[in-house]
Design a binder for this molecule. Structure first.
Ligand SMILES: Nc1ncnc2c1ncn2[C@@H]1O[C@H](COP(=O)(O)OP(=O)(O)OP(=O)(O)O)[C@@H](O)[C@H]1O
Length: 253
């Protein structure tokens, strides 16, 4: 798996009540981790869905390594806030789901599922049922399913929004380690600024009505990162900078 570059050029989306996204342009380099923050309703999910090919653009383009996006595709895996774990399938079958739909053969599926469950920390849970799992473990199954297909681009919409703080921090550290090691391009939406600064190479602040890129803040720490980084003044300074931009766009909205 090698990461792909994402090019969003003047993307406009209008559901009929005025533009939700207004000529949003954003380049994400191959292997870059970008977090998108912004007030509720600023169009974050719409932007992610446009990249996923789940929302049609009314103007502009989205391209993956120069190929124009016209719908969902195997080059972009999506993880949503509500987990998409199937209750009637075991952990291993859930993880294998995308591979089955792609027609990957049984032996290869088995190898990849074993690998991916090890990657997300679910070795030993292969035959468990989703109802037996904690919320954090279900998110791991979700991530395993997305990673199993080896997507060059991973799209995540507030995946850890509903979890308690400690579980969330553990999953953030694991995600950081996994995507840094695998070399994946990630676009990750969150309301949590600490999460954004811990994970991202760059944080994008969206302004509302209509959604547009108001600011971008580079996060100057090498990945993967030590969870203790959060306690450092340098980390808190970057978080403060993001907060400042977010407050500025909200007071002018
Ligand atoms: N399918 C749709 N049809 C009509 N309006 C929509 C549709 N999807 C989103 N919207 C509207 O577009 C705007 C942006 O929604 P979106 O979910 O992208 O924002 P968001 O920044 O992700 O919000 P939140 O942080 O609350 O998840 C909202 O006003 C929403 O009501």
């Amino acid at each position: 798996m090698s990461p792909a570059a994402l090019t969003i050029t003047e993307a406009t989306v209008d559901f009929g009540a005025g533009p939700v996204l207004d000529q949003v342009s954003l380049d994400v380099a191959a292997g870059e981790f970008v977090c998108v923050v912004g007030a509720s309703g600023s169009g974050k999910t719409t932007l992610l869905n446009a990249i996923a090919g789940l929302v049609e653009l009314d103007g502009g383009t989205v391209a993956v390594d120069g190929r124009r996006v016209t719908g969902p595709g195997p080059d972009r895996a999506v993880v949503f806030q509500d987990d998409a774990v199937f209750p009637w399938l075991s952990v291993a079958r859930n993880a294998a789901f995308g591979l089955e739909t792609q027609g990957v053969g049984k032996a290869e599926r088995r190898t990849r599922v074993t690998d991916v469950l090890a990657t997300v920390g679910l070795t030993g849970s292969e035959e468990r049922w989703p109802r037996e799992l904690s919320g954090g473990m279900r998110k791991r199954v979700d991530l395993a399913r997305a990673l199993a297909v080896r997507p060059p681009v991973l799209l995540m919409d507030e995946p850890y929004g509903a979890l308690d703080m400690l579980t969330k921090e553990r999953l953030q550290a694991d995600l950081d380690r996994i995507v840094s090691h695998e070399g994946m391009t990630v676009v990750f939406i969150t309301h949590d600024l600490e999460e954004a600064v811990f994970l991202a190479d760059r944080v994008i602040v969206l302004a509302s009505h209509p959604g547009r890129v108001a600011a971008e803040i580079r996060v100057p720490f090498a990945r993967p990162r030590d969870p203790e980084l959060r306690l450092t003044p340098d980390f808190q300074a970057v978080r403060g900078e993001v907060l400042h931009h977010l407050q500025a766009v909200e007071t002018t909205a």
